[in-house]
Write a protein that binds this ligand. Structure first.
Ligand code: SAM
Length: 313
């Protein structure tokens, strides 16, 4: 069984990118009255403690959401971006911060909302949410967290394989759907399964918005994933958008005074991630054009910090 637990990673820089993009897409899709089906194929536990053991052990949220929360004045921090005065926070980033803050009304950052709760915040009465989570512990935690929302039949939690399970919900009844596919890539086969899922989903429902998160790591499958997704989208005649965020160098770091000491260099952990969207709403590119440079300024840790943003169609 899997050992991946998202609790160690909740609120890291990859979650900041993923959830900022997710919120921007949902804002657009929920502008129209027609019901929307949202399917989260890899949902996780739904809610995470930022002050609990898991988060403290990994410290990853300190390189992500907490870095944003603990800055006393984001506008001031952004002014170091070369602009003359304080720079307004980009609307997509502000939206993300407001949503996370709504879970932490005491002012202390204690709770991090995972994708199920991020999505739920934006759902309207007419929308439906399907959540897949295969890990037995996280699936139970998710079911418990969702039960507290008393959302009834609006939200379904399924302890099933999300890649396979998606098929039964496409096409959606009102012919509007957003699919988030956010695997842990713990198994190398996840990369091929994402590609197979995208190909199959576009056949079942060509106009859905499909959102894939992936880690930017030195592994051929990870490197090839966006290139292959571009091919799948282009062959289906669909537009796409691809965004990446790098927060620091991927090279193992060793303090200069320890270079010759024989001490092992510290691995930097995940330094970059990407989001690939098929059929992105037209408002997403301008939203990210404003937000991504700010994320680099606020989350970047060295001169390798950067973003990329490309699109077609
Ligand atoms: N989407 C979540 C969020 O943004 O808060 C995080 C999800 S985490 C990266 C990936 C999750 O997928 C893990 O909780 C893992 O247990 C689960 N998982 C792994 N393989 C799965 C599968 N085939 N179907 C459904 N869930 C799976």
């Amino acid at each position: 069984m899997f050992s991946y637990r998202h609790a160690f990673h909740a609120g890291n820089h990859a979650d900041v990118l993923k959830h900022t993009v997710l919120i921007a897409i949902l804002r657009h899709l929920t502008d129209k009255d027609t019901p929307l089906s949202v399917i989260d194929t890899h949902a996780g536990a739904g809610l995470y403690r930022l002050d609990g053991d898991y988060a403290s052990t990994s410290g990853e949220a300190h390189e992500g959401v907490l870095r944003l929360f603990l800055k006393p004045n984001l506008e001031q921090a952004l002014s170091m971006n070369g602009s003359s005065g304080p720079e307004a926070v980009a609307p997509a980033l502000q939206d993300y911060l407001d949503l996370v803050r709504s879970f932490n009304t005491s002012g202390q950052a204690r709770v991090y909302p995972g994708s199920p709760f991020v999505i739920h915040q934006l759902l309207r009465a007419q929308d439906k949410l399907k959540l897949f989570e295969l890990h037995p512990t996280d699936s139970r935690a998710l079911a418990g967290n969702i039960a507290q929302l008393e959302a009834g039949r609006q939200i379904a939690v399924l302890a099933e394989d999300g890649f396979e399970g998606l098929k039964k919900f496409l096409p959606p009844p009102a012919r509007r759907a957003l699919v988030l596919c956010d695997p842990s890539y713990e198994m190398k086969t996840d990369y091929a399964r994402v590609l197979a899922m995208a190909t199959d989903a576009l056949k079942r429902f060509a106009t859905g918005t499909y959102v894939v998160w992936y880690p930017v790591i030195p592994r051929p499958e990870a490197h090839d994933l966006p290139r292959r997704l571009k091919t799948i989208a282009s062959k289906a005649g669909k537009g796409w958008l691809h965004a990446t965020l790098t927060v620091k160098s991927g090279k193992p770091a060793l303090a200069t005074d320890k270079v010759n000491s024989g001490e092992k260099a510290k691995r930097p952990g995940l330094t970059a991630s990407g989001m690939f969207i098929v059929n992105p709403p037209f408002s997403l590119k301008p939203a990210l054009t404003a937000a991504l440079p700010q994320l680099v300024t606020l989350l970047g840790q060295d001169d390798q910090a950067r973003f990329t943003l490309e699109s077609a169609g």
